[in-house]
Design a protein around this ligand. Structure first.
Ligand SMILES: [Zn+2]
Length: 90
């Protein structure tokens, strides 16, 4: 029996058939959301959907600056704007 505190809508409900033929509800944690770009909100590829603690060594976020935070388009636009801003100041 699930703890009453775990029977919430914050958990995914799974209808499970038991070997005896009865059907019960199992309450499982919801899957983490996919990583999104912090600037445009696009889905990021190459970033695992598990929580960072559970990352396997081979499936970590890209190692470049802002890897796992910004998409490639936004990163190049951000770098360009930074370079242009620093170029005008000097
Ligand atoms: Zn983006």
């Amino acid at each position: 029996m699930t703890k009453p505190s775990q029977r919430t809508h914050g958990r995914r409900r799974l209808a499970v058939s038991l070997p005896s033929g009865r059907r019960t509800l199992h309450f499982e944690p919801k899957a983490p959301a996919k990583a999104q770009c912090a600037r445009c909100g696009r889905e990021l590829h190459g970033v695992p959907t598990s929580k960072p603690k559970a990352y396997a060594r081979s499936s970590r976020a890209p190692g470049r600056p802002y890897g796992g935070v910004l998409c490639p388009n936004c990163l190049s636009a951000e770098i360009r704007s930074l370079v242009r801003a620093s170029g005008s100041a000097t």
